[in-house]
Design a protein around this ligand. Structure first.
Ligand code: SAM
Length: 282
């Protein structure tokens, strides 16, 4: 039974971090001419209407996207992300929809690239499939994203970016993630994988973070922003991504924007951010 619906969280501080990183990854990986295959294991519905601020329950986007709409001096990767958000909303200042990860990917990827999108929730999957029905690069389906990794890797392009973005609703999710990352790297050792995780008091991701999956020696970068103290008992205190095989220069690109982003998104946590090589490239 799936109770998590991303529409209540779209455009929040965690989406901002995840999608700024995703756009930076896509830009870096499309610098090479060779085609790329993008896997979105937990794709969501593609686009989310943003409820007006002040509603009940209070929407989350005003403390994420909302804080950046009027910001000036945006660092390059944040400006790049926000340009796509505005383009998807029609180009003006009136942003009433927020794009999800498959939409960011479809915007940046080229005609020769492919997108393999999986979403398990029937209603969200229906919207996702309809949204990409006319895009020949996209193969979208209602299915388990972890099973799809086992089914589709390695792709014929032999170059892949995976976004693994579960809601961690089930206790077993972290274990499924571990298996998917291990499977993906066993099938395509140089695949780039971005795994999102929440920072909450008991996220269920502790073991995953203490002993990340993947063969020893695989380059692994960790990025985080905490918007509130990490031990705050309620809610999402921040988020992070583990990135296996990050493209060259991604660390410098992110280091140049994380402090700015953390300061803008801070909700009383001191604007804490981190960028750390868990296993540096040799
Ligand atoms: C955090 S949301 C995804 C958001 C999306 N990646 C984005 O950034 O716009 C997680 C999604 O995973 C879906 N989901 C949960 N379990 C799944 C599974 N085993 N396989 C595929 N999708 C799943 C949920 O229905 C939800 O839409």
């Amino acid at each position: 039974m799936l109770s998590y619906r991303h529409q209540f969280h779209a455009g929040n501080h965690a989406d901002v971090l995840k999608h700024v990183v995703l756009v930076a990854l896509l830009r870096a990986l499309t610098r090479k001419d060779k085609p790329l295959c993008y896997f979105d294991t937990h794709a969501g519905r593609g686009t989310y209407p943003l409820p007006p601020p002040g509603g009940k329950p209070p929407p989350e986007w005003p403390n994420g996207l909302g804080r950046l709409l009027a910001a000036v001096d945006l660092p390059g990767p944040v400006a790049d992300w926000l340009t796509i958000v505005r383009e998807c909303a029609g180009g003006g200042d009136d942003v009433r929809h927020y794009p999800g990860s498959p939409v960011f990917a479809a915007r940046v990827l080229r005609p020769r690239d492919r997108l393999i999108l999986s979403e398990l929730h029937p209603a969200d999957a229906e919207i996702l499939i309809a949204a990409f029905a006319n895009d020949a690069r996209v193969e979208a389906g209602q299915r388990d994203g972890h099973a799809q990794v086992a089914r589709s890797l390695p792709p014929r392009e032999r170059r892949a970016l995976l976004l693994v973005d579960p809601a961690y609703e089930r206790r077993e999710e972290a274990e499924a993630v571990r298996q998917s990352v291990n499977t993906a790297l066993a099938r395509l050792a140089h695949a780039t994988i971005a795994l999102w995780y929440p920072i909450t008091r008991a996220s269920g991701c502790e073991r995953l973070l203490a002993a990340p999956p993947g063969p020893e020696g695989t380059p692994l970068l960790q990025v985080e922003i905490a918007v509130r103290p990490r031990d705050n008992p309620i809610g999402l205190n921040g988020s992070g991504l583990l990135i296996w095989n990050p493209p060259f220069g991604l660390d410098a690109t992110l280091e140049a924007c994380l402090p700015w982003l953390a300061a803008r998104l801070d909700q009383g946590g001191g604007g804490e951010w981190c960028l750390e090589w868990r296993c540096a490239p040799t």
